[in-house]
Design a protein around this ligand. Sequence first.
Ligand SMILES: [Zn+2]
Length: 531
Amino acid sequence: MGFGHMGARARAAWRSRPRPHATWSALIAAVLIMPGAIALARPAPPAPVAARENPIEAALRRHVETLASDDFGGREPGTEGETRTLRYLARQWFDIGLVSGTNDPGNAWFAPVEIVERTPQSSRATFQHGRRRLAVDAKGVFVVTSGLRSLIEDAPLLLVGKDTNPETARTELAGRIAVILDSQSAAVAGTTPDDRAGRLLDAGAAAVITVLDGTRTLDDVAARRRRPGYALAGQKLGGDLQAYVSPELAEALFEPVGLGKFMALRQAMAAPGFVPRLIGLTGTLEATSSETRIHTHNLIGKLPGRRHDLGAVLLVAHWDHFGRCADPPAEHLICNGAVDNASGLAVITEAARILASAHPLDRDIYFLATTGEELGLLGAQAFAENPPLPLDAIMAVLNVDSTGLVGPGLPVSVIGAGMTDLDDSIATVLRAMHRRQVSGSAANAYVRRQDGWAFIQHDVPAVMVSSAYSDPARLEKFMDERYHRPTDVASQVEYGGMAEDVLLQVELARYFADVHRFAGPPVPRQDGPVR
Ligand SMILES: [Zn+2]
């Protein structure tokens, strides 16, 4: 299937639009306050394109080839890659006719986001039986904290059974170190093995020791937990303390204190009636982390509507990726993030061009390129916590992440289907565009892994509407071969489905920005600028 009925609309995108009133020098001034700013980035020279490529596809290709080039270094927050990425995008958006959407004259276009990175530094554990200190092989234990330094001294160890309800055990857990077996923390759907430890900590345990008697080894867990953790600065970072011990160390600790063979103990702890049990051991656990701060930015643009008191529509794509992500002897060391998410940036930019080229809509359209998505949706969270407009005024969030996986003509999936009040409206728009919608909500498996989730958690309706996820085989192949790897490069991107995604975002934005077609919930009064 070619472009067919969409041709006319696609061409409309290329009508020029009068220059906006904002000055380019204002944008340059904004750019210059960014750390490490240098001369304005130029887009890559236009790549040779296939003869049949339509203008939207050609524009998408130029954006992806630029943003996913090695020059942009994998778009890592706080690096030169960020400066280049944001400068490129801001220049595009400015030329298209958007204005700053931060609604903050002190920070035009670029809303600062401060991220804290914590990396586990040291780990120490000692155990006592009465007054006797037990010999502990340091290689058999790993202690980690989400805080800067956490210490608990001489706390009693409490064996916790497989079916123990943390809530009912609350009084027993207080001030104690809960000991659980990894083999008994089998993940319930949607949870990780560590969720059980988290529930015990929430219920008041001073720390949790997980005995790694299942499939995970101490090396596996330590390798994963030694990776840095990220949070927004100012966010409360817990100081919770967790330790992992090898089964050998558990045997060496438990058997001498009369608990019998470890295997028998495992069975007892798995029994339904197992009562949490003190074992006469106390533990001292300590872990520290090092901390660095990443100064990064969300980019926020706006296409003003005619009725700014009636709310807004928000288009989102994350700009960040992993920077350098491989070590020699690998030849290609950069995670260029072509699909993830140069593709989404390209889509919302070309959607902006089409929307800006036509008559103004009723509502404002905001365009948000988020930072820190790969670190845990942090830029979206920062936007939601310090929004440039009241969150209640946002009618719909349209996120675009990791498109560019399929050619044209495939049906459309709605990630977030069934979770917002937008479903009927989306179906109406798709019908009018003669687009088929994938039935069911299988694509919702990804709902927590994209920026829309940060908005849903703030009760702002957010969806991701794309044909990129409607071919499970292709999606799986991408996840296996390219996702978060140096192989996610521009040469692998498909532009046919992406160009259709542009038109989808345009029609959805037009629908939700039209007060007659979409009345939306009542919008809180905005008296004067909102900060
Ligand atoms: Zn990603």
